[in-house]
Write a protein that binds this ligand. Structure first.
Ligand code: MN
Length: 319
């Protein structure tokens, strides 16, 4: 009987291994951990003002000298301005290879076009999850000449086996994101990827098993969430001030700060007196070498050279 069970487990392992080899497959789900541990704040870091694209002013949060990356997250930018001069020039044609770009639009309209004829409009309250895979050349341009433009762009790395996979777009209109009101005060959570209880984000299963959500807290009622214990997790506070961690042992995180969270299977966030807004993310670290040159994120220098060669030859998205 015991032998039979061992054989069964061994075969299950093989089955998981074989489904992992290939593009667009999800990762195996880690077994449930019985220990309940609260994630604490390990460190905090402000964003760094910079410009990118054709002169878009933004705040670089992950991907700055003080935090080159946070496996599997490669970059987090925040754009937030009502001055057209800060965003109007947008991001004209540029390439990507080897990872996924996620645009979270809070306010404003961004038009996306790529070298393969795809296009779409990302509007306030919506998101786009773009798997660049083997490569894409695209533009991301404001479709507005005035008014507020606010949101995030997050880059999520791909494991080596998925870096050269075909491109995949998930354009998510505001109504497609899963939203839930939290109590009577108007607090709400919007889930883009991952799940919490009955809330399931619309993004298809990705190799890093990402969780991504925005949270708006109108009162001091705590918000709690389960996360796989060993996934990388962060919170960025875009407005107000929150406390993160176990009850009575939380750490204050102020507006404009990124909080890196330690391991744990529960995450607890509570606003401190004022309306607070956050971006919360967690994902499974990949644990492979990262070689990044601008818009290409690969495992080796040779693969980076190949990406530049393919881009110059006009075959980045076809190789
Ligand atoms: Mn881009």
């Amino acid at each position: 009987m015991l032998e039979g069970r061992r054989v069964f487990l061994f075969q299950s392992g093989l089955l998981v291994a074989s489904t992992l080899a290939g593009c667009g497959r999800g990762a195996s789900v880690a077994p449930a951990v019985a220990v309940r541990s609260w994630r604490g704040v390990v460190s905090q870091l402000p964003g760094m003002p910079t410009t990118d694209g054709a002169g878009v002013r933004l705040t670089r949060i992950i991907g700055q000298p003080a935090l080159r990356n946070l496996d599997p997250f490669i970059l987090l930018d925040r754009f937030h301005s009502d001055e057209p001069g800060a965003y109007i020039r947008g991001f004209p044609d540029h390439p990507h290879r080897g990872f996924e770009t996620v645009t979270v639009m809070l306010e404003g309209r961004l038009r996306h076009r790529d070298s393969r004829g795809n296009h779409g409009l990302i509007t306030g309250g919506g998101a786009q999850w773009m798997t660049a895979g083997r490569g894409i050349v695209h533009s991301e341009m404001p479709e507005q000449v005035e008014g507020f433009m606010s949101g995030f762009q997050l880059w999520v790395n791909l494991p080596a086996r998925e870096k050269m996979c075909p491109q995949l777009y998930q354009d998510l209109q505001p109504a497609q994101l899963t939203e839930e009101r939290l109590g009577p005060s108007g607090s709400k959570v919007r889930v883009i990827a991952g799940r919490e209880g009955s809330l399931v984000g619309p993004v298809r299963e990705r190799p890093t098993q990402p969780m991504l959500m925005t949270l708006a807290l109108e009162d001091e009622r705590p918000f709690e969430l389960s996360t796989p214990v060993d996934h990388t997790a962060f919170a960025f506070v875009s407005r107000g001030e929150v406390e993160i961690g176990a009850e009575d042992r939380g750490t204050l995180v102020g507006e404009g700060s990124l909080a890196l969270l330690g391991p744990g299977d529960r995450l607890r966030v509570r606003a401190r007196g004022v309306r607070s807004e956050l971006l919360l993310a967690a994902a499974r670290p990949i644990g492979e070498p990262i070689v990044q040159r601008g818009p290409f994120v690969m495992n080796t220098e040779e693969e980076i050279r190949r990406a530049f060669d393919d881009y110059r030859a006009g075959v980045l998205d076809r190789s």
